[in-house]
Design a protein around this ligand. Structure first.
Ligand code: FUL
Length: 462
């Protein structure tokens, strides 16, 4: 029997009103922009790798014009597993391959062009480097990412609607033919001179409208709902505005997507983000282990030093972003011995620096919850010497802290300022000359909502 609908009584209406008021006023459920679970997982990877390999490797170029001869694509000893093992040794969790760079040459036998591995001597024209790469990554537990350059200096139709159709067909091939793709990388460089099917001319495009990005991105998500999209404007992962691997000292994962145009965004804004911005687009710091993105013999002596790599790590991962480090294979199809050795050293140093958390037996407590500031105490099991602190927010509940300071208790019982900063986010590493103390006070002086700090870690690295 159906129940008769009941009229709301004054009491029931009041209780609904009361419920709504309490829910909307609850301090722990603020109206904050939050990351998706896929973004949180990505941030936890901390370090991922780039593989720039293609026609440029054989022409000793950075930006091929688009008229390069596929016959020159002929790596003598290509071994994608060697790339994966080098990346893994450094601690990377994903690799991204330039399936197609600006020169338009495809590392897979695309059905839509002749400008690909199928017309090269590589594996007698039977090769598919995207497949070899994806299989090697999966064999060793790395996630697979692909770079598909929107600019194509080979394609005759570049600049017309025909190219957009071609581009989407290629995206479909990559996102349907190679299993799960963790990330797709849409570069911001586009438009300029090129071969363009023999026209050898200059083609400029309207960066805001030409690619109809919303439709292309919707297609990517339709084909692979779990894929994370990188571009200047996200929607999942964003460029940080430079190619040095440095996030801003103040770095918000939140930003306003409405102010971003792929290939034409304000790089300072990308490098900083926006407190309380409406869109969560986590930062990815891309940088190459060598001066160029592609391999050049002349740069064999210019591989970044371990000290430079550590500096990059501290200014990317240590500032709430993910590090994307490029490892360009040489014409043999192998990552050069110098680069491999540097990566191993880099990992050894990181393990040495961050191997033993001196606060692990300490107690972290919430001392005062003020209206506008919050104080926490970290008491160690005994006085310890340390030269760095790692702060972290539980980012699943948003990025909240906008100013903090850390003090140590001195022998006379007074507090001495150790270090201070603005944002924390997923991870904030702060270094200073070694100090010794048993008690630390962490004060959050301003935050968008009650902070959700995780227990800090302390290390002695130098
Ligand atoms: C840039 C490109 O022009 C470079 O060649 C490289 O691929 C870098 C990662 O992105 O925009």
């Amino acid at each position: 029997m159906k129940k008769k609908p009941q009229r709301p009584t004054l009491l029931s209406s009041l209780s609904v009103l009361f419920f709504l008021l309490t829910v909307s006023c609850r301090p722990d459920v603020p109206d904050l922009t939050l990351p998706s679970p896929g973004q949180v997982d990505y941030q936890r990877m901390e370090m991922v790798g780039f593989i720039h390999f293609g026609m440029n490797t054989f022409y000793d170029k950075e930006w091929g014009y688009g008229d390069e001869d596929p016959a020159r694509f002929n790596p003598s000893d290509l071994d994608a597993e060697q790339w994966v093992l080098a990346a893994k040794a450094a601690g990377m969790k994903e690799l991204i391959l330039t399936a197609k760079h600006h020169d338009g040459f495809c590392l897979w036998p695309s059905a839509y062009t002749e400008h690909s591995v199928k017309n090269s001597p590589f594996r007698n024209g039977q090769g598919d480097l995207v497949r070899e790469f994806a299989e090697a990554c999966r064999k060793h537990g790395l996630e697979v990412g692909l770079y598909l350059s929107p600019w194509d200096r080979n394609h005759a139709g570049y600049g017309t609607p025909a190219y957009i159709e071609y581009y989407r067909n290629q995206l479909r091939e990559l996102l349907t033919g190679y299993g799960e793709i963790s990330e797709i990388w849409f570069d911001g460089a586009n438009g300029g001179d090129g071969y363009y099917g023999g026209a050898r001319t200059e083609r400029r495009v309207d960066k805001e409208t030409y690619y109809d990005w919303p439709a292309t991105m919707a297609l990517a998500k339709e084909l692979q709902p779990g894929v994370r999209i990188f571009s200047d404007a996200g929607p999942d992962i964003r460029w940080v505005g430079n190619e040095h691997g440095f996030a801003g000292e103040t770095f918000w994962s939140t930003i306003d997507k409405g102010d971003l145009v792929i290939g034409a965004s304000d790089s300072d804004y990308l490098n900083r983000g926006e407190a309380g911005g409406p869109d969560w687009i986590l930062g990815q710091c891309d940088v190459s282990i060598r001066p160029g993105w592609f391999y050049h013999t002349a740069q064999d002596s210019l591989v970044k030093t371990t000290a430079q790599l550590l500096d990059i790590y501290h200014k990317s991962v240590g500032r709430n972003a993910v590090l994307l480090l490029n490892l360009p294979p040489d014409p043999r199809g192998l990552i050069h011995e110098t680069d491999v050795a540097r990566l191993t050293e880099f990992r050894e140093q990181l393990d040495r620096m961050y191997g033993e958390d001196l606060a692990r037996n300490g107690e972290f407590s919430d001392k005062t919850r003020g209206e506008a500031s919050w104080t926490y105490l970290l008491s160690l099991d005994e006085a310890r010497s340390f030269d760095r602190i790692v702060l972290a927010e539980d980012i699943a509940s948003g990025q909240r802290v906008s100013a903090f300071r850390v003090e140590t208790e001195q022998e006379n019982g007074e507090w001495a300022r150790l270090v201070s900063g603005t944002t924390i986010g997923y991870k904030r590493i702060l270094t200073f000359p070694p100090v010794s103390s048993r008690l630390l006070r962490i004060t959050v002086d301003s935050a968008l909502a009650a902070p959700a700090l995780l227990p800090p870690q302390l290390y002695l690295a130098e």
